[in-house]
Design a protein around this ligand. Structure first.
Ligand SMILES: *Cc1c(COP(=O)(O)O)cnc(C)c1O
Length: 397
């Protein structure tokens, strides 16, 4: 059994039509015709895999681009670890953190950028564009730098400064948009229609979902089994679909029998997917507002796809307030030593909200999606900054 035995094809998540995995194909051409304004993307494509499970535990061997094309930057293989003080404090001895803030650019987005960069190299594509709240942009910029690609990013001018500076450091062309992430997305789509490039927009490019599945594969290989619960922070709904995909692939390949219960956690001020989950359909978009910028979206791009996954696989959805997010962030920092950005701490905030309903012997993984240093303006809100510096001649008591 080896990698040659795995085959990959795109399959429309709505109509089931299949397409070869090639440049120029993003969403299903047929289902895209149904696209209405202000609703999530129609015709999102899944990567369908078939064949026998590789013996390898290198997660790249489960992806649809040959290993040689991936750049040398070490994406993934992030630690899954036991926060012992937190476990004791909360009485959940099998609570784990998967720290994807330890990826090269500081967020889980690197998993998608890594696969997209490999695909670009495989097909001799030099230019990549992406719209982002900040992390996908800095991620594509960093991974793209390692791969020798030209990256153009569209980010709202309100994106945390660290994410912008990071992208500039990596050498990307940065287009600051005077508007929201949703505006940046629209602008990037117009640009992509007129310029020769590969589009890494989340959900639109199916490889973004596929790339993120490696977080689930790693959790499975690291634990040696499927956990009971995985808590995932949700904005556009691509990470959570990637997590579903990874566990579904594990089951499809016969490595496990079931997938975990996957819990989507959203900020109250940006909760389109949770609202749709409860209502059974997507409602009129609301303007998003949350301290967790990485999950602040009005129209979740991958909404239909994520909702279908949550419904089909009996996932759960809950929302948390900004206050709960900042409290969770501080508790993770001070009790576990994990400094996570607000969006990442949202997973833990969701766990805190739900824990009374959970069996304390359950095996639970919190997916920490981004590093706290990416947005210190928000992190400041959870701490008291010393008012005045002390005089060097003064005495500290
Ligand atoms: C992008 C991101 C998310 C949310 O992922 P979606 O695919 O938009 O749902 C969560 N946390 C962090 C840190 C992110 O960068």
């Amino acid at each position: 059994m080896n990698k040659e035995t795995l085959q990959f094809i795109y399959k429309c998540s709505e109509c089931g039509k299949t397409y070869a995995i090639e440049p120029g194909i993003y969403t299903c051409p047929d289902c895209t015709k149904k696209q209405k304004e202000n609703e999530p993307l129609r015709g999102v494509l899944d990567v369908e895999l078939s064949g026998a499970a590789p013996d390898s535990r290198d997660v790249r061997d489960f992806l649809p681009v040959p290993k040689d094309f991936f750049p040398g930057i070490p994406v993934g293989n992030t630690p899954l670890w036991s926060p012992e003080r937190l476990q004791k404090q909360l009485g959940f001895p099998r609570l784990f953190i998967k720290d994807d803030g330890l990826n090269p650019t500081g967020s889980l987005k690197d998993r998608a950028s890594y696969l997209v960069a490999a695909f670009a190299r495989q097909h001799g594509i030099q230019n990549i564009i992406v719209a982002s709240t900040g992390n996908a942009a800095s991620s594509m910029s960093g991974v793209g730098a390692a791969a020798g690609l030209n990256i153009t990013i569209f980010i709202p001018k309100t994106a945390p400064e660290a994410k912008m500076v990071q992208s500039l450091q990596y050498g990307a062309r940065v287009i600051l948009v005077d508007g929201t992430y949703d505006d940046a997305y629209e602008l990037s789509m117009k640009y992509a229609a007129k310029n020769v490039c590969l589009n890494r927009n989340t959900a639109y490019n199916p490889l973004t979902i596929e790339g993120k599945k490696t977080a689930a594969l790693e959790i499975f290989f690291q634990l040696g089994r499927v956990p009971d619960f995985v808590f995932v922070p949700v904005g556009d709904g691509v990470i959570i679909s990637g997590v579903f995909k990874g566990f579904n692939d594990i089951v499809k390949l016969g490595l496990a029998k079931k997938i975990p219960t996957i819990v989507a956690v959203q900020a109250e001020g940006s909760s389109a997917i949770c609202r749709a989950f409860n209502a059974g359909k997507f409602l009129e978009p609301l303007s998003s507002r949350t301290v967790a910028d990485s999950i602040s979206v009005d129209v979740p791009r991958n909404g239909f796809h994520a909702l279908a996954n949550l419904t089909r696989h009996h996932g759960k959805c809950l929302t948390v307030s900004d206050e709960e997010i900042l409290t969770a962030q501080k508790q993770l920092s001070s009790t576990a030593g994990l400094f996570a950005e607000p969006a990442a701490a949202t997973a833990f905030a969701g766990f805190m909200k739900m824990k009374a309903e959970l069996d304390c012997s359950a095996e639970i993984v919190m997916l920490s999606t981004g590093n706290g240093l990416k947005d210190i303006v928000s992190a400041r809100k959870g701490v008291a900054i010393p008012e005045k510096p002390v005089k060097t001649t003064g005495e500290i008591t």
